[in-house]
Design a protein around this ligand. Sequence first.
Ligand SMILES: Cc1ncc(COP(=O)(O)O)c(C=O)c1O
Length: 472
Amino acid sequence: MESYETRAEHGTWRLVGADATVPLVDGARRRYVNLDFAASTPALEEAARAIEAMLPWYSSVHRGAGLKSRICTAAYEGARSEVHAFFNARADDTVIFTRNTTDAINLLAYALPPETKVVASAVDHHANMLPWRRHRVTYLPVPESPAAHLAALDSALSDVARGDPSLVAVSGASNVTGEIWPLREIVERAHAAGARVLVDAAQLAPHYPIDMQALGVDYLAMSGHKMYAPFGAGALVGRPDWLEEREPFLRGGGAVQFVTLDDVEWKDVPDRQEAGSPNILGAIALGAVCRALGSGGMRAIAREEAELYQYARERLLTIPGLELYTVWGPGHPHVGILTFNLSGYVHSLLAAILSAEYAIGVRHGCFCAHPLLLHLLKVERAEADRIRDDLRSHSHPAIPGAVRISFGLSTTRDDVDQAVAALKEIAAHGPRWRYECDPNNGEFDPVDDGRPWPDLPVHLTREYVRHAGESS
Ligand SMILES: Cc1ncc(COP(=O)(O)O)c(C=O)c1O
């Protein structure tokens, strides 16, 4: 935890490991340019400090009488209050600590009343798409404009009878294009039709202030590891009634008041939906980040990132052969996420070159948003069916995809310039190294990759097999 970097513009946030240098495939060393924040972020210094400070006090929560247990309980419940305050949740909203956004959305999907109608969207991450299939779900198509999206939403909600449970599940910001969804309008339409709204805030929360009360959002799901608290905790924040009416998603200790062999008295939320020993340190780290960033901080972060997005967009578009993907184009608000392909390069090869020759870390693939990627890449239905059939017959088809760069608190114009310069060089001169493709997964790696790995006090295995298609 010795190395930090601060973004010049606001000069306050420090991320652990942000000034690391790494080896290139030719033996040189370079500063690591992290452009993969949308997948997972490094820890904010405050999160790491909170963990370090709490480790000597680590103990059980809630049930222990020992002083360490009392202190851990206070810190765990304090973190819950920080998360509640960070999103300006309503006084009676509950904060349930989960593992991540996926866990939070699955919990809500489980807890919906029977016969709930769900309206979700083809633009969403699989985590905000697949859990709803246990209910009556309508997927809105990838819309041509925000107005088209709202019109499709109105139409999808038109058959919901007054009083019937219904939920609109929407992304705060796309993890593929960075576009911010028109939440205020979506909530207004949904509420007018009697529906509640869940915002998948996995990508919005780290970049933009979210005021649940001002927006009227009913539920919010988020991941700590995407918001500078990479210690395994996320949260579901929102109205307690549906979560209280259902039996726990997970059943076990911590969720019960009293058990007999033929009966059980469950606790109220949040404990009811947090069975088992919780991730105390993960929750504390998340609380520490919420406290450090606060809503004032988030406003500054959003402003700076909007500028950085424009800066990057303009420069990326000067690269010959680069195609940038957006749903609605440049005139709409974005978080710092840009996804593209470079003509002549398979996405996995381009990502491998950026890593091996330029020390630039990006994401590539379909970003766990297959329907949206197929739309953006104009993949016909017949081709999508062929890929699925090939996968079912255990062959290894090439899955279309793209390369994504994404920004975080330590991202600077210099990082963007480095990526743009590298892409220009690759477009003009090709790779300087040889790469081979693993036919089992379509992933490229440098031939004779001699980059040494750091000496770490943990077991590092090289046997992990990467799979095609996935990547969030
Ligand atoms: C928009 C969006 N929703 C949900 C998720 C799932 O997040 P997690 O893997 O932390 O559960 C992601 C992850 O990339 C995401 O980008």
